[in-house]
Design a protein around this ligand. Structure first.
Ligand code: ISJ
Length: 363
């Protein structure tokens, strides 16, 4: 036996030993999580097992303790799955997302809740809201803004008519691929299907590589992937999940024009989330139609040194909502300085609603 094979045997024995240790520790952790669930139930029979603020703290702690060689995000993803499996022991979490199956929103839902969550596709953003409001699911996931294409107006508009809370956020790197089926003639592609947002994110690449192909907008990337199965001269632009789901081949990888192309999704639910330590708050504010309204709105944030992360304006849809601003900022409503700012803004606004305070996205 050569030296290298002796080493290999030893290393494999060591790995077997470590796997045994990991197995034992994961089981011990799962038993602990089960006990936590029983304690929660003893206090309140309608207790919610899932605690987004606690999960954010667990993941942040793991990332700060990690010394490699795995990078911290990779390690947090492993722990995300361990927590997801622990939680599912008691009660798998049910999550509605903007479908169909294979969309980036489903990918975001699984990234946030882990693969043990039950994810249910909905046909439209307002259906996701309705399922959460009706209590048919624990949470919903909807896209809210893309770094290349901007805000998803429909999501913001739906918040105006809803009493739902924002319970979390998740940011997903969006990679688009040009996909074909096994019957597609790759030299004869004359039509490309995708969602309008994705066409926007791949515009330059398409102009350079397929200037003459017809671009056909459809309701989702997953729908585009499905259509390609039946047409020999068509391709689709979609992500990994849709490619796998429909068994498509990648003709070109990562064709998005900007390498940092990412989408932010919101987790919506019916509970308010306690402080996690690094939180964000989203509010919607209506101001009266008068000069200086925007300045009046923002001035208290500046004075109290609160960091705004986003501000969007939407047209009002009623007489009361003259100007409607969606504002995200760092901090939690339970912090005194945030409460002070909101009190001041409330006096200046014709209406203010806190959509939610929630942990800043970790993964
Ligand atoms: C164990 C708990 O319940 C759930 C499971 C968690 C875990 O596995 O670490 C964390 C938060 C909750 O979603 C808890 O609240 O601590």
């Amino acid at each position: 036996m050569s030296d290298s094979s002796i080493n290999l045997d030893e290393l494999r024995q060591r790995i077997d030993q470590l796997d045994g240790d990991i197995l034992r520790l994961i089981s011990e952790r799962a038993a602990c999580a089960q006990k936590v669930a029983h304690v929660k139930l003893a206090h309140d029979k309608d207790a919610v097992f899932y605690r987004p603020e606690r999960e954010a703290q667990v993941l942040r702690r793991i990332m700060s303790l990690n010394e490699g060689p795995l990078d911290s995000e990779e390690m947090a993803r492993l722990f995300r799955e361990i927590m997801s499996a622990c939680l599912a022991l008691e009660q798998p979490i049910k999550v509605a997302y903007l479908g169909p199956e294979g969309t980036f929103t489903q990918q975001a839902a699984l990234k946030h809740f882990g693969e043990s969550a039950i994810s249910l596709p909905m046909a439209a953003i307002d259906e996701v809201f309705r399922e959460v409001e009706a209590g048919a699911v624990n949470y919903g996931v909807v896209p809210v803004e893309n770094s290349t294409e901007g805000v998803v107006n429909h999501t913001l508009d739906t918040f105006m008519d809803s009493s739902i809370h924002i319970c979390g956020e998740v940011v997903l790197r969006i990679h688009h691929h040009l996909l074909i089926s096994d019957t597609t003639r790759r030299d004869k592609i004359s039509r490309i299907y995708s969602h309008p947002q994705s066409f926007g994110q791949c515009r330059k690449w398409l102009d350079a590589h397929y200037p003459h192909a017809e671009r056909v907008p459809v309701s989702s990337n997953a729908e585009a992937a499905k259509l390609v199965k039946t047409e020999w001269h068509s391709a689709a632009i979609a992500g990994d999940m849709a490619a796998k789901l429909y068994g498509l081949e990648r003709v070109a990888d990562k064709i998005e024009d900007r390498p940092d192309n990412s989408t932010r999704f919101l987790i919506i639910g019916s509970h308010q989330v306690p402080m996690a330590g690094e939180d964000k708050t989203s509010i919607v504010v209506a101001m009266r139609n008068q000069p200086g309204a925007l300045h009046d709105l923002l001035e208290p944030f500046h004075r109290h040194k609160i960091d705004l992360t986003r501000i969007e304006t939407r047209p009002s849809r009623t007489g009361v909502w003259n100007y409607v601003f969606f504002i995200d900022f760092k901090g939690h409503v339970d912090e005194p300085r945030v409460a002070a700012v909101l009190d001041e803004v409330r006096l200046r606004a014709s209406e203010l609603r806190v959509l939610g305070s929630y942990p800043q996205g970790v993964l």
